[in-house]
Design a protein around this ligand. Sequence first.
Ligand code: ATP
Ligand code: MG
Length: 383
Amino acid sequence: MRYALVHYHELTLKKGNRAYFLQRLVKNLQHGLKGTGAGPIERPEGRLLIALREGADVGEVRVRLARTFGVANFAIARWVPLDMGRLAEVVTDTVKPLSFASFRISAKRGNKRFPLTSNQINVELGAVVRSLTGARVDLERAELTIYVEVLEKGFLLSLDRTAGPGGLPAGISGRVACLLSGGLDSPVAAYRMMKRGAHVIFVHFHSHPFVTRASQEKARELAELLTRYQHASRLFLVPFGEVQREVVLAVPAALRVVVYRRLMIRIAEDIARRVHAQALITGEALGQVASQTLSNMAVIDAAADLPILRPLVGMDKEEIVHQAQAIGTYEISIQPDEDCCTLFTPKHPATKSTVAELEAAEAKLDVASLVHASRALRVGEIR
Ligand code: ATP
Ligand code: MG
């Protein structure tokens, strides 16, 4: 019988959260592995053991495990009865067809009552493999590592161990609303929050019919791709062109970007409250563009009561691009679109602003009714 053997980082778990963490991880795995032929999940001795039925799509199981937050690493493992003779036979059969010049055995005991220590197992099996293949033992840089886990019900034998994404199981940290543009940064910001266990609701502002629907399509595609990591998402599409037109008429050019952002934040906060999200997320990074200075961030913060979290604040563009490539959002984000902000954006936004200045500029707008009007116009989607 084959299993997917999943390890999680126990040390990062606080005692009280452990049971909840595990319950959630198991639930997410059950959901995430649907349709792959993976069977029931057991939890022996600090690990998760997922039975793989006859004909299970092992490649797909690997893909899904590699994107399930909370998974530290995983392997496809074979079950062997708790008998050293039998283990030696199975190891022999397993390594016979392989060619390697160096190897190591890495035994771990989850079952502390097993009479041999990990080291004794390593030595005993090492001798078997060495005499069979002539390969040398190399503890530092072995070409092949043979993992043996000793559990109550048997040994688990595996040759591969793949790093998982780490993080916390999706949904464990509560809900947040991410301001998702079609750009590179905000999808990465959403991903990083998901990795810390937040369930992300997406809010996209578009300027249709002043521009094409391209940005909405991108937001949809991005939300869909990111849904891999949390299984179901909501995306709110909010028309913003009319709001921007009013801003252009009433607010001096230099302050417009920050006024747009403050309006977006207020509308997003309105949505967040309805869906019980506890924080807003943006893709801002310190100093990345003129509008993302400390003083502008402070002024944007002042427009909201909910905390605004900026998971990318300390990242370089290069690091963000790299991460976008790794999670697959890069190719979508670089498609051309007409972002609502490019249409009405001044060439030289103010890099410094104060709340007093902004409040004076916004006094010419009916902010409450702009936010209120957007309620009727926004479209929520579930995918
Ligand atoms: P991004 O790459 O995420 O578009 P950016 O570098 O283009 O970010 P800005 O245009 O200043 O930076 O936007 C800062 C943040 O404001 C974005 O990361 C996003 O969270 C939010 N934002 C900007 N435009 C929109 C939009 N049209 N809809 C939703 N959120 C937006
Ligand atoms: Mg942008």
